[in-house]
Design a protein. Structure first.
Ligand code: DON
Length: 304
């Protein structure tokens, strides 16, 4: 199969599409991003990779970081994580307070904001220096030491993230938060601010395509059973209340972020990351979803 040719076809097809959504503006720093940015990168193995457009430009990975923080939490706490957060699709917006109230402070899953805030609480509790250790994990699985937090994005969200602060406080009131609220939101906002390119993200996600082994070293950093569960969660919960639609259209486990990125994998076949900042009504990249639909259609390789 000629992957580069398939990618070139996707790039051309997408250039004719009329995009209707808007870039995220509730985090002021994200509103400044050029809506025309578009890139995609796919890894098959260490020596076989393909890309187009802005695939080497860094952007704010936002909620894609929730896969990395959950991976770290499971590495440290194992299945005890599931005493604090459930594993069901939410069917509601990613920052819903109403659902958290209905669920009595136990988040539906770790990929909505409340769930990731519980995961942040766990990491702040068990790690000596959670920000440093998260960055070390991401650098290790990519082999790229230049990957870092974006201070401007983190500060921008710290000064405007009242909804997330409300979610933590609400869970604290119901006994599902242990640490100091300020420390938790600080770690959470910094996690979301990590800047990576499609190429680096696709490299990182090879971990989930390869049963927990790092692409360039082969080191096993997550066990296959953990990866099976992470992929199941990406499949069922990776796109908030659009997870069904993503499964239906694309058919890959994946995770999106409001920076306009999507990372997805096909177990044993490939990892892929796409970036286009314009979001649809559910907060997922409009063009990114469409591009991935074309990828699984043109390659004939989805998990279904
Ligand atoms: O907490 C927020 O709202 C953003 N930092 C991340 C949102 C996002 O990417 C989608 N949410 N799960």
């Amino acid at each position: 199969m000629d992957y580069q040719q398939i990618l070139d076809t996707i790039q051309e097809e997408m250039s004719y599409r009329d995009v209707k959504g808007k870039v995220a503006s509730y985090i002021p720093e994200l509103a400044k991003v050029d809506p025309k940015k578009f890139g995609l990168h796919l890894y098959r193995n260490e020596h076989e990779f393909y890309g187009f457009g802005d695939h080497e430009e860094k952007f704010s990975i936002q909620s894609i970081s929730k896969v990395f923080t959950l991976s770290l939490a499971i590495r440290n706490l194992g299945t005890k994580v599931w005493e604090r957060v459930h594993v069901e699709p939410s069917g509601n917006p990613f920052n819903s307070l109403m659902q958290l109230e209905q669920d009595r402070g136990i988040p539906r899953n770790p990929f909505i904001n409340s769930g990731a805030l519980v995961i942040s609480d766990i990491l702040v509790d068990v790690l000596d220096n959670p920000k440093k250790e998260l960055l070390e994990f991401v650098r290790k699985i990519t082999g790229e030491d230049h990957i870092d937090y974006d201070e401007n994005v983190a500060q921008s969200e710290l000064s405007s993230g009242y909804r997330n602060i409300a979610l933590v406080n609400y869970m604290k009131a119901l006994g599902n938060i242990k640490c100091d609220v300020e420390k938790i939101v600080d770690f959470y906002f910094y996690s979301c601010s990590i800047a990576m390119s499609c190429k680096s993200l696709a490299k990182a996600f090879m971990l989930y395509a390869n049963k927990g082994a790092i692409l360039h070293t082969g080191e096993q950093v997550l066990n296959p059973s953990t990866v099976k569960r992470l992929n199941a969660l990406m499949q069922t919960c990776g796109f908030y209340d659009e997870s069904g639609e993503f499964s239906f259209e694309v058919g890959l486990p994946g995770k999106s972020g409001v920076g306009g990125g999507i990372a997805a994998i096909h177990p044993q076949q490939y990892s892929v990351a796409v970036w286009s900042p314009v979001l649809n009504k559910k907060g997922n990249s409009e063009l990114g979803m469409k591009a991935l639909e074309r990828l699984t259609t043109l390659t004939g390789l989805s998990v279904f």
